[in-house]
Design a protein around this ligand. Structure first.
Ligand code: G3I
Length: 300
């Protein structure tokens, strides 16, 4: 196959990208988007600050634009993200305790209901684990509502949209380390107790190399009975093409790795300003990393 999406589809996988609504009027951008990708994630437009700027007042304009563009092109959509300690709207940032718990569960219910039946997989909770060696939760006002906030969010999302796969998504979890092991233990516990969770997202914001145990880490999660997805891939550094190839090969080696999403299209679209971590140059040309990924997808 000659495009990323078609190459991934040969093995039943998808190849996606983050999309910014503000770029949908850029023809170069849209041409690459429509040609190469068959999964879309809204880069910011489905987050809490965007979708519920005032308590109880929902705004789906940006998210709907991205979803409708994707569906019109035959792509599916990963929802990102129902709950995250960053990009909380101002009104929620100042809340705590049971009133915050009620507001956050209502947010999950309302947004997942609005998009019911249209989302392939939701990042229900994003980045809730601490960096470093503790393996524990990150402190936030969400976490302070009680350690069960994550499972409460997953149960609310399942009730609102039973067809969507429900994912936990995080960064610096790409190898076997205390943070990824903390998440592994949570997922194992959720599966044991019947808390609805279907997938784990590995953001994979990398430089030069994937961790040497990248594949082994994906595999241990897959062995818990969840899908694994690479959700925000971008790789800086001079070994970029090799590292992209290694990440793609790791996913292709694991049946339960259902797809890869890169976090933007051209280097100039990236949140990592000046690092050129994506598959297309600023002018829309394919980089060596693009060919490395395409070849790896076709080899599988
Ligand atoms: O929309 C406003 C615009 O009106 C304003 O003029 C401008 C001035 O700063 O800011 C614009 O908002 C920015 C928004 O991106 C849209 O461009 C925010 O400041 C900026 O903080 C925001 O950054 C996003 C970041 O998440 C927020 O934490 C990035 O685009 C987005 O790529 C990034 O994505 C995250 C994932 O959601 C989760 N994992 C990590 C990843 C990278 O940080």
């Amino acid at each position: 196959a000659t495009t990323l999406g078609a190459a991934a589809a040969q093995s039943g996988r998808y190849f996606g990208t983050a999309v910014a609504a503000g770029r949908l009027s850029d023809q170069t951008y849209v041409n690459i988007l429509n040609t190469e990708f068959n999964m879309v994630t809204a880069e910011n437009e489905m987050k809490w600050d965007a979708t519920e700027p005032n308590r109880g007042q929902f705004n789906y304009s940006g998210g709907d634009r991205i979803l409708n563009q994707a569906v019109g092109n035959g792509s599916r959509v990963r929802g990102h993200a129902l709950l995250w300690h960053q990009q909380e709207p101002g009104w929620a940032r100042s809340m705590e305790g049971s009133s915050l718990r009620q507001a956050m569960i209502n947010h999950v219910t309302q947004v997942a209901t609005h998009y019911r039946g249209k989302i392939y997989a939701w990042d229900v909770v994003n980045e809730a684990f601490a960096d470093g060696g503790s393996g524990g939760r990150r402190d936030s006002n969400l976490q302070r509502t009680g350690n069960d906030w994550i499972e409460a969010a997953f149960r609310a999302a399942r009730a609102a949209d039973p067809a969507a796969k429900l994912c936990y998504n995080d960064y610096n979890t790409d190898g076997i380390n205390p943070k990824s092991t903390g998440i592994y233990n949570m997922v194992r516990d959720f599966k044991a107790r019947g808390v609805p969770i279907d997938c784990v997202g590995f953001q994979s914001h990398l430089t030069n190399n994937a961790p040497s145990d990248y594949r082994a880490n994906l595999q241990r999660f897959a062995d818990l009975g969840v899908e694994v997805q690479i959700t925000e891939l971008d790789i800086a550094g001079s070994n970029q093409a090799n590292a992209y190839r290694d990440v793609t090969n790791a996913c292709m080696a694991i049946r339960a790795c259902t797809g890869i999403t890169v976090w933007g299209i051209r280097d100039t679209d990236s949140w990592r300003t000046g690092e050129n971590p994506l598959l297309f140059t600023g002018s829309g040309a394919k980089k060596p990393a693009y060919n490395a990924v395409l070849d790896a997808l076709n080899a599988g």
